[in-house]
Design a protein around this ligand. Sequence first.
Ligand SMILES: [Zn+2]
Length: 312
Amino acid sequence: MASRDRRKKKLLSYLGRFLPIILTLIFGAVYAVIRQPGGWKAAGGNETALPRGSGMLTVDFIDIGQGDAALIEAPDGQFMIIDAGPPEVSDDLIEWLNARGVEKIRYAVFTHPHADHIGGADEVLLNFGVETVIMPETEFDIPSYYRLGRAISLTGCETVFPRSGDSFELGGASFRILAPNSASSENLNDMSVVLRLEYKNTSLIFTGDAEEQSENEILDIYGISDLKSDVLKVGHHGSSTSSTVRFLQAVMPEYAVISCGRDNDFGHPHAVTLRKLEDIGAAVLRTDMLGTITFVSDGDRIYYIANETGSR
Ligand SMILES: [Zn+2]
């Protein structure tokens, strides 16, 4: 009896000593989930903010102003980036990726060589260990494109010009290339790499700046089961030159993400696109209004977390 009491006392004294540490760890973990870089909070009808990391697919549409940049964290923790924003915010992008804990990047997809998509591409390559660059086989006479070429040769990373239908594994998730389907186009936007990212029963389509021609080519080849997705990164920042009704009806996204800058010179997103998205019942999420928008998928359900204001 006496020894049991002693053990009980010992246990209590251990608990007394370690309880503050345990509580600190628990509160720290909860705080880390809620307080991501940029001051996240749950928004838009999410029941809960899910933690990133093991077993979850996470996609951040990063608040980079007028342009595109998305970070994907695979269920096993590998990273992939799709586009790298305009050149003038490349320092901020690198800082954001560092704060987000990115060290190595398995795939860097540069959808097409316009400056608002590859502006920070060279810095991404030079700052993080990028294994493979995926980009269309085309070129464009701008400084960002030459800086990207230089960074590819400096770092010696693999470069893949993907073909429509190609599939890639990414740490428990996978993605399939849907475009480009033409060998060349007068319109560089229609050379955009379009891909569908899949994790179990959830999927997201990334369109770069693909316009009507590319959307029609995708529809000629792929059926509804290849295209239907939970999330659509709306083509070309919500421009009226993309998002044909037929394409939207094939994808039928629950969420439509528009990556664009506040008061941008192009009037993106165009009213006609917003109307079409409303017609198909998609919830429109805009980086200019919400800042960085994060989706988390457990393979069955997909949630989003966002700021309430865009910063650019
Ligand atoms: Zn663009």
